[in-house]
Write a protein that binds this ligand. Structure first.
Ligand SMILES: [Fe+2]
Length: 312
C-alpha cells in the first residue's frame, strides 16, 4: 500500500502536536471503509466494543437532549448501518482498528508512515471507527490523550478552541480525571469568536495540540477513524491532574497545573501515579442504561424500551 500519510512537509513536522495540523491520507483506498466492509465489521466486532447511540429529541418526554445508548443485538450489520444513514443513530466501534488483522495492519502503517515523517518511533495507538448520521453532533469537550481524526467519508465540520484556562479550566480537567466534580466542560457562546472551523473532506486528517477543546457537526452520513495515543507529556499531565484533584478534594489544598513548574509537575505526577496504583482514585462507575433498541420497523429505527443496565 502507498504511503498512507500524504502531503506532509517539514512545516507539518515542526507544527505537529503544537498547532492544528491537517494533512491528506489514503484510508479510503484500503477498501476497509466501504458499506460492505463496515457491515462485515459490525457483524464480527465484539458487542461490548460497539456503542450505538442517539440523542434524545428536545421534545422527548423522558430523554430530551441526552445521549442515549441502544441495544443492537440480533440486528444484522446491514440494518445497523441503514439506521445510521437514516439520520438519528451513530455507531462507535471502539478499537475497531486494533482487533482485526486487516485493520491493524493499516493502523500500524498509518503510525509507521507518520513516525517516519517526524522521525519518531511508531506509537502504540488505539483506533476507533465512527459511523455517524447526518445530524450527529459531538458537543464541546476535550480528550485526555493526543488525537488524530482521519476523516474517510462524508462532510464533517470541526471547531477547535484554544487550549488555555478560559477554554479548559484546570478544575474541569481534574473533574474529568476523577468523578468528584461536575463533569461538563463549561461552554459559553462567546467561545465561538476564537474557534477555528474546518470542513473536512474525504481523505483529510486533522490533529491539534494536546487537550484542545473541540466539537463536531456532521453535514451528512460520515465515516471516520479516530486514533489516540499517549506521550510522556500527556501521562505526566494526567497524573498531575489526579494529584491536584485529590489534594484539593481531600485536603483543601489549592494547586494549579498551569502555574506549576516542570519539577513540581514531575513530583505531582509521581504522587498521582501512586494514588492510582494504591487504588485511591475513584473509578468511573456511572451506569450505562439502555433506553432503546434498533428496529427496522419503526421510525428512525429507534424503539424506546424500559431502561435497563447495559450487559453486553
Ligand atoms: Fe474528541
Amino acid at each position: 500500500m502507498d504511503n498512507l500519510v500524504r502531503d506532509w512537509s517539514q512545516k507539518h513536522t515542526e507544527r505537529f502536536e503544537k498547532e492544528i495540523v491537517t494533512f491528506k491520507h489514503g484510508l479510503n483506498e484500503t477498501g476497509l471503509f466501504t458499506d460492505e466492509a463496515l457491515i462485515e465489521l459490525l457483524e464480527k466486532h465484539p458487542h461490548e466494543m460497539i456503542d450505538v447511540c442517539t440523542m434524545g429529541d428536545p421534545e422527548h418526554p423522558i430523554y430530551p437532549n441526552r445521549f442515549r445508548t441502544g441495544d443492537f443485538r440480533n440486528v444484522p450489520g446491514e440494518v445497523i448501518l441503514e439506521a445510521a444513514k437514516a439520520g438519528k443513530v451513530w455507531i462507535n466501534l471502539r478499537k475497531g482498528m486494533n482487533l482485526h488483522s486487516e485493520y491493524k495492519e493499516v493502523l500500524d502503517q498509518m503510525y509507521g508512515d507518520l513516525g517516519s515523517q517526524i522521525s519518531r518511533k511508531p506509537y502504540n495507538a488505539n483506533g476507533g471507527i465512527l459511523i455517524s448520521s447526518p445530524i450527529a453532533q459531538v458537543p464541546y469537550h476535550f480528550d485526555k490523550t493526543h488525537i488524530i481524526l482521519w476523516h474517510v467519508r462524508g462532510k464533517k465540520r470541526i471547531y477547535i478552541y484554544p487550549e488555555n484556562e478560559t477554554f479548559i479550566p484546570d478544575r474541569a480537567y481534574e473533574a474529568k480525571m476523577l468523578k468528584y466534580l461536575d463533569d461538563d466542560l463549561p461552554y459559553k457562546a462567546e467561545f465561538e469568536r476564537e474557534a477555528q472551523c474546518f470542513d473536512l473532506e474525504d481523505g483529510q486528517a486533522i490533529t491539534w495540540p494536546l487537550n484542545s477543546p473541540h466539537r463536531v457537526d456532521n453535514r451528512e452520513f460520515c465515516v471516520s477513524v479516530t486514533t489516540e495515543y499517549s506521550t510522556h507529556q500527556s501521562k505526566v499531565k494526567n497524573a498531575c491532574m489526579v494529584a491536584n484533584a485529590t489534594l484539593r478534594h481531600n485536603f483543601g489544598i489549592e494547586s494549579s497545573y498551569r502555574q506549576s513548574g516542570p519539577v513540581q509537575r514531575q513530583l505531582k505526577s509521581i504522587f498521582g501515579y501512586g494514588l492510582k496504583k494504591a487504588g485511591l482514585v475513584p473509578t468511573d462507575d456511572t451506569q450505562d442504561l439502555v433506553t432503546f433498541k434498533i428496529d427496522a420497523n419503526v421510525q428512525n429505527y429507534i424503539l424506546d424500551t424500559e431502561p435497563y443496565q447495559r450487559n453486553f
